[in-house]
Design a protein around this ligand. Structure first.
Ligand code: 0X9
Ligand code: ZN
Length: 375
């Protein structure tokens, strides 16, 4: 089955469940001939991308602040918007450069801090085509900054928690997915690209990653071979981070370590308890369900992921959130723009819940002595 497919779009939380794959028409016919059960969820992914492109072409330039999240934004627009947020909130927001991508683009982070010493990193866009995973962390940053006046809850969180938001962790791939290939996943190394979420140094090279450059899961020459993953490594190595959410799409899942092994992580119970709260908070705004799983539960494992590295190397509580849609029939990576703001509300709900958990955890008796995986 997998041999017929060029690209797995999403896995199923049940290892025996169906996966969403991209197939050329002759391969679809081959499936039928072999009697493999299947269902067509999107007839023509190129037509879907062309329709989106057409819409984006008609979009008015210079979106105003109030409609910025009405549609997707390219890497340059994201950079300008991050600078605007910084300018609107001097003293609270700071723009940082974490490094430079392979093609020379800045790896930008927006730091939101009133001095709170619990640090949470929110990242998105490791996978170029997952556009909603760029918009959501940025929109969460916007809500934290602009929502605090009206929200005592956000103010209380910002008293204790500092956020570092990296919405475009793969700027070259993201630019390529806007300009050339909507379904591009990796960075742009050598034109073939490295899957950044297989390039980290915990279990690098193991199952669920590929040594083949043409694979969507190509892991690179060695761990941290890519400037984009080295920049993230430096971020986690230079400051003590307590929790991390890496946004992806799609499948509506909250994943926690490990992805590379079925062994339970030392903090399994805490992960499951936090994820449970996050999932409820994400359900609250619109009744949309986000399932909870260790990453290794998915059909195919993954080795060398960012989440496994930050947890395994730095004991950071690491979640990977797969945003909307639930499945390929919801559009896959091409999520309708009307869903950006609702998906952001869900993401914000999850992140606020995580932040409050971390605050309670830090003030609990014995806090700081840590569990088995903490220093
Ligand atoms: O494969 C990935 O890197 C993530 N999924 S995505 O569809 N956004 O590419 C998930 C990583 C975690 N886990 C497993 N695949 N087990
Ligand atoms: Zn992804």
């Amino acid at each position: 089955m997998l041999a017929l497919s060029e690209d797995v779009w999403s896995e199923h939380p049940d290892p025996r469940g169906p996966i969403v794959v991209v197939l050329a028409p002759p391969s679809v016919e081959a499936l039928a001939r072999r009697g493999i059960r299947h269902r067509l969820v999107i007839d023509d992914i190129d037509a879907v991308a062309a329709e989106e492109r057409c819409r984006l072409g008609r979009r008015l330039p210079n979106a105003t602040a109030s409609d910025w999240f009405a549609d997707y934004r390219d890497v340059d627009e994201v950079g300008v918007y991050m600078a605007e947020l910084r300018d609107q909130h001097p003293g609270l927001a700071r723009l940082r450069s974490l490094g430079t991508s392979l093609e020379g683009q800045p790896l930008r982070a927006l730091e939101i801090s009133r001095g709170g010493d619990i640090r949470i990193v929110l990242s998105g866009g490791q996978h170029a085509r997952e556009w909603i995973a760029v918009m959501v962390p940025l929109c969460i940053a916007e809500r934290l900054l602009n929502g605090q006046d009206a929200s005592p809850r956000i103010r209380a969180i910002l008293d204790s928690v500092s956020f570092v938001v990296v919405p475009v962790a793969n700027p070259d791939g993201y630019r390529h997915s806007w300009r050339v290939d909507r379904y591009w996943r990796k960075n742009r190394r050598g034109g073939y690209g490295v899957d950044l979420n297989r390039n980290y140094g915990v279990a690098w090279g193991r199952a669920g990653s590929s040594a083949d450059r043409s694979s969507p899961n190509y892991r690179g020459e060695h761990a941290f071979s890519e400037p984009e993953t080295r920049a993230m490594r430096d971020l986690f190595e230079t400051e003590k981070v307590r929790a991390h959410v890496d946004f992806h799409s799609f499948s509506q899942l909250i994943l926690y370590p490990w992805s590379h092994t079925r062994d339970d992580p030392p903090d399994r119970d805490e992960f499951a308890a936090i994820a449970d709260r996050m999932s409820s908070a994400m359900f609250a705004p619109h009744g949309v369900k986000y399932g909870i799983r260790p990453g290794s539960d998915l059909t195919i494992g993954a080795s060398g992921t960012l989440g496994d590295w930050v947890y395994g190397e730095h004991a950071v509580l690491a979640f990977t959130i797969e945003l909307r849609p639930a499945s390929g029939s919801g559009g896959g990576f091409v999520l309708p723009p009307e869903q950006i703001v609702p998906t952001c509300k869900e993401g914000l709900g999850g992140v606020l819940e995580l932040a409050e958990w971390m605050i309670r955890d830090a003030s609990a008796p014995g806090a700081g002595t840590g569990g088995p995986a903490r220093d």
